[in-house]
Design a protein around this ligand. Structure first.
Ligand SMILES: [Zn+2]
Length: 416
């Protein structure tokens, strides 16, 4: 069997045959002969015989043994009469503008979904920049263009990346298991506003529910969308954020109590400092010593025990949901009265916030919606960031978020 025949069988490149093989210091170069004689405009599909000009291009292909393998072929440009532009023809084995074949790009994307960037770059002998470019290109091709159509229930959340001061706004579809359908840099009203603008009036008007944290920026964007784009969706405040605020209030109460105790020279100050985890952890998951700490706080009539009760009381509002939203509502109203009379500054403040957002909090219970999937997303995105994909640019990170959390499947070249 001839070498070219063997390579033809091994590589099975669509639309071309192996014409020659050359060993170079950079690796093995496979010269391809194209089957198609006619050129086709990549924009409109018009076919023509006339080439505008020709050039030879190389694409990195899957390694052959330990050697780098390159495909080399002539690529023609054509002047399309219909588009009135000079365009480069497409080749079946590579995406437009790519320097790697489809197989290599799919392999890189498949690995990027599972490994850190350094490992991918080292394993497949591609640069960091190439990994980012490839992910962006694969995602652009694989992403569902209709993902913004027929959205009914969405969740919006902010996600910090790189440093604490950089944020993305992420929109997920509750009805598709929390798949990310949109993401952009920033976390202000304008960021979410641009999502609604992209959605347009028709698609905005069919939205039924939007879950949010209680931050002013997203609320403003939603109010604007109601006014300008006919948004009629129920606004629901995510339980996770509500409970987190209660945890923060406990922590603030602890610091407040510590300062108070120190000022009065109370020896109990030590206790207050150590009590942190006992106070904020789920009671079911407390260690024995943490349970004893809590018990000690209860026996001594500590203000921190009341703070803890208030926090757990707010969580109880959600547990009451099994008895119907009316039960939750009753419990919430009792909680509000209790918290605002508590004389613990952080809980008095929290009660004001909760009262202001009462309707949306109850709406979340009624609709049974939470951003818990989005919160899972939050840690997933932090992981992507840790694996080295968030350092380059927000754009690259967003591409990775679509790849890992947007419901995109990438097939391995060996799996086809
Ligand atoms: Zn054309």
């Amino acid at each position: 069997m001839r070498v070219t025949t063997a390579l033809n069988r091994m590589l099975a490149i669509a639309g071309a045959t192996v014409a020659r093989i050359v060993f170079t210091p950079q690796g093995i170069v496979i010269g391809l002969r194209r089957r198609a004689k006619k050129l086709q405009c990549p924009a409109c599909g018009l076919r023509t015989r006339a080439a505008y000009d020709r050039s030879v291009r190389r694409w990195r292909h899957l390694d052959l043994g330990a050697s780098r393998l390159w495909l080399e072929a002539e690529v023609r440009r054509l002047h399309c009469r219909r588009c009135d532009r000079v365009l480069t023809e497409e080749v079946p084995w590579a995406r437009p503008g790519a320097r790697h074949t489809r197989d290599v790009e799919d392999l890189v994307a498949w690995c990027a979904k599972r490994m850190d960037k350094t490992t991918v770059a080292r394993l497949l002998r591609v640069s960091w920049e190439a990994v980012a470019r490839i992910v962006t290109r694969v995602v652009a091709e694989a992403i569902d263009d209709y993902r913004l159509d027929e959205l009914y229930r969405i969740g919006v959340d902010e996600i910090s990346y790189r440093s604490e001061h950089r944020y993305l706004t992420v929109v997920a579809d509750h009805d598709r298991g929390g798949a990310v359908v949109w993401a952009a840099e920033g976390k202000d009203a304008a960021t979410l506003g641009s999502f609604f603008a992209e959605l347009g009036e028709e698609r905005t008007s069919i939205l039924q529910a939007v879950t949010l944290d209680m931050g002013a920026a997203y609320i403003k964007a939603v109010e604007d969308a109601k006014r300008l784009l006919g948004l009629r969706a129920t606004v629901a405040f995510d339980p996770f954020h509500v409970v987190r605020l209660a945890n923060e209030a406990v922590d603030k109460a602890r610091r407040w109590a510590w300062n108070e105790a120190r000022r009065s020279g109370d020896a109990g100050a030590r206790w207050v400092k150590r009590a942190r985890w006992a106070l904020v952890k789920d009671p079911g998951r407390l260690s024995t010593s943490q349970r004893l700490t809590l018990e000690e706080l209860r026996k001594t009539g500590s203000v921190l025990y009341r703070a803890w009760q208030l926090k757990e009381g707010l969580r109880e509002v959600y547990r009451m949901a099994v008895f119907g939203v009316a039960a939750s509502q009753q419990f919430l109203d009792r909680w509000l009265a209790w918290a605002c009379r508590s004389r613990i500054p952080s809980f008095v403040r929290l009660s004001k916030t909760i009262r202001k957002h009462r309707k949306g909090i109850l709406a979340a219970i009624e609709l049974g919606l939470s951003n818990s999937k989005l919160e899972g997303l939050n840690s997933k995105i932090r992981l992507i960031n840790h694996r080295g994909y968030g350092h380059h640019s927000a754009k690259a990170l967003i591409a990775m978020i679509y790849l890992c959390c947007g419901g995109i499947t990438v097939e391995l070249p060996t799996g086809r």
